[in-house]
Design a protein around this ligand. Structure first.
Ligand code: UDP
Ligand code: MN
Length: 518
């Protein structure tokens, strides 16, 4: 596991071999301002070479695979950006130039989605003029990432295209395995393993590779452990992992196949939902989606977005997600609308072209997708005995996933009656489910936070006793302790005391023997 790419020279420089950068106290003020501008630590990024070395932690089998370079299709790398920081944008570009076999890289197309940062205009043009393969395409107005990628695609000239976000670092040997898989079958859309570049320090962490893409019924993208059946299906550890969904920013697709299956939904705006739309479409219309374990690319995951949504964040995202649900999900869209009741009747634009496309391509229905591509997904079906918000009447606060997924702590927030992150389900199996994960307490001490974990249906740490009549406590079966509002943003478990901070009520109860079939 050496520092790959740049040899050993300069290994003590900031950020080399994927190391993080710590901001000294005298620069913290400046760094905070830059963080606000990009929602990542630009100060740290600016200290790191645009050609920094990265840890290459591929499994041995990967490093020894040989690819027929001269037979592989070329690719055009498309990077869209709106006000990206100079150092992250250019490090993305250089990592691709430095780590792609020149014969496979036709061009890099930078698509400027109407940025107003000064240095992204003539300075960027001058810089890029010296890099022979890099072109810039500029949108006349802000289009959002979906139409920006399509604009880049219209300028691409190779048989495959590779989309990357503007804050990535391609690792050693990243491109060959992606192109090889498409050469074998052009209807397979491929994603690299996405390594994490810390938004705080820019440390590069090599990912373990045992997760794949899924989603919850709020239509948020979610990472999930690769199920046993998928690992059994794969003959070798280097084989692609079938993935129900893609994260969205990083993938390679055959150009003609991308056209054949209908590119993107042009009426989706700014950010969000397009990754699920493309994922469902690929699977339902006869293609496949895989994560290729031998290809690694780092990405800076941000906790919030630095850019504006001209029509409002909620409005834009809701419309995008409704279009996904309305075009592809058939009857399953009711699970989405249950969690987003305020969206019933909310306009989502004209979807007739997308429905026509679905018909023309003779795509399978969503029930087929669920049963064949992601059979392990949580379905809120017959076992429900209570649902809706789970309120602590004394404080007027409700359990809230706070938008986080598996492994996060269970949060609490002012009740907002919008369901979404406050939509819970209490099952006949005595599990409490939020964000499609179960409440789980594995601590032997009281006063600790409760976690969201994958539901295992074995009761144990996920069994909670609750009844509407009498004292509406929520008692954790193994410890006998009660769910407590606590004082912070997260609920805790405390010895039961019958106090107001331990009383809980769902907005809807169903008689145990009349559990509904939704
Ligand atoms: N982007 C864009 N126009 C927009 C919003 C985003 O060009 O209106 C770009 C953004 O600069 C980034 C990519 O689209 O390169 C994906 O956005 P982001 O990184 O914010 O998404 P995330 O990785 O957080 O899902
Ligand atoms: Mn991104």
């Amino acid at each position: 596991m050496g520092a790959a790419g740049q040899g050993l020279f300069g290994l003590s420089e900031p950020g080399e071999n994927g190391r993080g950068v710590i901001v000294p106290p005298e620069y913290q003020e400046e760094s905070r301002k830059l963080f606000q501008r990009n929602r990542f630590n630009q100060w740290a990024s600016d200290r790191i070479s645009l050609h920094r070395s990265l840890p290459d932690a591929r499994i041995l089998e990967c490093s020894s695979l040989k690819y027929p370079i001269h037979k592989l299709p070329q690719t055009s790398v498309i990077i869209v950006f709106h006000n990206e920081a100079w150092s992250t944008l250019l490090r993305t570009v250089h990592s691709v130039l430095d780590r792609s076999p020149p014969e496979l890289l036709r061009e890099i197309i930078l698509v400027d989605d109407s940025s107003d940062h000064e240095e992204l205009h003539s300075t960027l043009e001058k810089y890029v003029a010296k890099l022979s393969k890099v072109k810039i395409v500029r949108n006349k107005a802000r289009e959002g990432l979906i139409r920006s990628r399509l604009n880049g695609f219209a300028h691409a000239t190779s048989p495959t295209v590779t989309f990357l976000d503007a804050h990535c670092e391609a690792n050693v040997g990243w491109l060959e395995p992606l192109l090889y898989r498409i050469m074998q079958n052009r209807t397979i859309v491929v994603c690299p393993e996405i390594d994490v570049i810390s938004d705080e320090t820019f440390e590069y962490t090599y990912s373990s590779g045992n997760v794949r893409g899924s989603f919850n019924w709020n239509l948020n993208f979610r990472w999930k452990a690769v199920p046993e059946y998928e690992n059994k299906r794969r003959a070798a550890r280097t084989d692609g992992i079938r993935s129900p969904t893609m994260a969205g920013g990083l993938f390679t697709i055959h150009s003609q196949y991308f056209k054949d299956i209908g590119l993107y939904d042009k009426q989706m705006e700014i950010w969000g939902g397009e990754n699920l739309e493309l994922s469902f479409r690929i699977w339902q219309c006869g293609g496949q989606l895989e994560i290729i374990p031998c290809s690694h690319v780092g990405h800076v995951f941000r906790k919030s977005q630095p850019y504006s949504f001209p029509k409002g964040t909620g409005e834009t995202l809701s419309k995008n997600l409704q279009r996904v649900a309305e075009v592809w999900m058939d009857g399953y869209k009711r699970y989405f609308y249950k969690r987003q009741p305020h969206l019933k009747g909310h306009p989502f634009g004209d979807i007739s072209k997308r429905l026509e496309l679905r018909k023309k391509l003779k795509c399978k229905n969503f029930d087929w997708y669920i049963k064949n591509v992601v059979p392990e997904i949580f379905l809120p079906n017959s076992s429900i005995i209570a649902r809706g918000e789970l309120r602590n009447p004394a404080s007027g606060d409700c359990i809230d996933s706070l938008g986080a997924g598996e492994h996060a702590y269970i949060g609490i927030y002012k009740c907002h009656k919008q369901m979404g992150n406050q939509y819970l389900v209490y099952t006949k199996n005595e599990e409490i489910i939020v964000d499609d994960n179960c409440f789980d307490y594995a601590n032997s001490q009281p006063s600790s936070k409760v976690k969201m974990l994958d539901c295992h249906s074995m009761k144990g740490n996920q069994q909670w006793l609750h009844t509407k009549v009498g004292i509406s406590h929520m008692r954790h079966a193994p410890t006998g302790w009660c769910l407590d509002r606590g004082k912070e943003q997260f609920v805790v478990l405390n010895p039961c005391n019958n106090g107001p901070s331990q009383k809980w009520l769902f907005s809807e109860y169903v008689e145990r023997d009349k559990a509904p079939q939704i």
